[in-house]
Design a protein around this ligand. Structure first.
Ligand SMILES: [Zn+2]
Length: 120
C-alpha cells in the first residue's frame, strides 16, 4: 500500500475523480438495479482496517455503499472498485456466481471499458 504522506492532495483528487468516473461507467454497463450505489474513496473505518475495499448494504436494503481505500495506488483502487461492484451485483459471498460476475466486469473493463469510461 502506498504511503499516504507520499500522495499529494492533487494526486489524491485525480485518483478519486478517476475512480468515480469508472463508477459512472459501471452504473451504465453493469447496473445494480434497483439499488442506489454510493461510493467513497477514503480511509477505511477501523472495523475494516487492512481491507482494500468493502461493500455494505443499507439497513433498509435500498442501496449499497462501496468504500475504496484512498491509500491504494490507482490501479489497485480500480481493481477494488470492480471487486466491490461484483459484490453489489451478487452478494457478500466469494462463490462461483461472484467470480463469474467479477470476470464479466473485468473482461468488459479491460477490453475497452477502461477507455470508454473516460467519456463519463
Ligand atoms: Zn470480496
Amino acid at each position: 500500500m502506498a504511503c499516504e504522506f507520499c500522495e499529494s492532495p492533487e494526486r489524491l483528487k485525480l485518483k478519486r475523480e478517476r475512480i468515480h468516473q469508472i463508477k459512472r461507467w459501471l452504473e451504465d454497463t453493469f447496473p445494480v438495479d434497483p439499488l442506489e450505489v454510493r461510493l467513497r474513496v477514503e480511509s477505511m473505518p477501523k472495523i475494516y482496517r487492512g481491507a482494500e475495499g468493502v461493500c455494505e448494504w443499507n439497513k433498509d436494503e435500498t442501496g449499497v455503499l462501496i468504500r475504496v481505500a484512498k491509500e491504494l495506488p490507482l490501479s489497485s483502487g480500480i481493481y477494488s472498485l470492480l471487486h466491490e461492484w461484483a459484490h453489489a451485483r451478487t452478494d457478500v459471498h466469494h462463490d462461483d456466481e461472484f467470480y463469474l460476475e467479477l470476470g464479466r466486469i473485468e473482461r468488459e473493463f479491460w477490453g475497452g471499458g477502461s477507455e470508454n469510461s473516460r467519456g463519463y
